[in-house]
Design a protein around this ligand. Sequence first.
Ligand SMILES: Cc1cc2nc3c(=O)[nH]c(=O)nc-3n(C[C@H](O)[C@H](O)[C@H](O)COP(=O)(O)OP(=O)(O)OC[C@H]3O[C@@H](n4cnc5c(N)ncnc54)[C@H](O)[C@@H]3O)c2cc1C
Length: 388
Amino acid sequence: MNNDITIIGAGIAGLTTACALAQKTRLSIAIIDTKPLAQTWQPDSYHHRVSAIALSSKRIFQNIGAWQHIASHRISPFNRITVWDNASSAEVSFRAAEVGEAQLGYILENNLMQDALLSCLQQLPQVIIHASTTLDMSQLQHSKLIIGADGANSWVRQQAGIKLAAEDYGHDAIVATVRTAKPHEQNARQVFLQDGPLAFLPLNDSHLCSIVWSMPPEQAQATLALNDDEFKSQLSQAFSNRLGEVIETSKRFSFPLKKQRADRYIADRIALIGDAAHTVHPLAGQGLNVGLLDAAALVDVITDALHHNRDFGALQTLRRYERWRKGENALMLSGIDSIKALFCSNKQTTKALRSFGLNITQQMPLLKNLFINRAIGAYDGLPTLALY
Ligand SMILES: Cc1cc2nc3c(=O)[nH]c(=O)nc-3n(C[C@H](O)[C@H](O)[C@H](O)COP(=O)(O)OP(=O)(O)OC[C@H]3O[C@@H](n4cnc5c(N)ncnc54)[C@H](O)[C@@H]3O)c2cc1C
């Protein structure tokens, strides 16, 4: 490989980085994935892998020209978030209007984002895509920078000898697309049940939601084994029939959930982004959003180095990326872990504390805005691509 930058992993974080770098620089870029890469989005059914996308992520897609493709196919905006605790009457609700926005975010199918990014790359001849390809490190020695965007089991991270702190959350997430009797009204709802959170994410059809139901692995196995009628009935009950009966369900899929934090985001001529650097519980819908901010921040650091005739792959240059994103992510990811610890505990004192927390948040507009601005990606220190 004789290109300037090699990106390992053509997931959403890797493809976004490739698009942005190709548009902002004259560098030659290769992107490599072990899997075949084809357009897979289908208009007649929703894909089971969806993500709640913050406005910062939307702006990144807009700024690299991928949003137009996504929006012309299918987007599911939401303008309200409602969270409640099943063990008490405590509830908090955020509305887009409270922060002067029309939407709080979008539910997007992961394969549609990937297709849009692949379409963008087709217009960028300095990016060469190697699908279904496995490499060893010796083939990468001529690249000035290797970007590890190869997900939670990152090969690049292992090759770089970067240590990983990993811990099971003790949850598997069951995902499915369901039809409910009542319309969702573009409200993204989540209830904290005794064993874990259950989210109903509103899709473009007013009666369809994508659900993410996190629970202990044994319980997830039992829930997957239910027949459709039993599953719909248990799901409606778990959600206290807030959207009436669940009347249809797609096939169910489950994902084990792990907390992972890379000790370093960089090594000599190596930078990690996205799930390669960190994974987090999906309860706050932030994993991909923070991964896209990593991508955008790394692009800023590389373009700035080029502008000042500095070596963009040197450890000294990459340190700025690590300081920036590791600091930001520590705040966001540990915040999410604290919510997980608070809401998935059955201790009486913790129950009281979370009920108090939800009630106080609901009553204090400033605190609410602080939370919501973090969640939607509206705060100081955002990378250029995430700005308007
Ligand atoms: C149930 C669930 C719900 C979620 N909901 C949300 C949400 O609402 N909002 C949100 O922001 N996030 C959410 N997330 C998190 C989000 O899905 C991930 O953070 C995101 O998909 C990670 O993207 P990535 O590009 O970093 O990695 P990946 O999507 O894992 O991509 C990595 C790529 O690298 C490739 N690869 C792997 N090894 C190699 C190798 N050795 N060589 C070459 N290529 C390789 C893989 O084939 C893959 O294409 C959720 C996660 C789960 C499990």
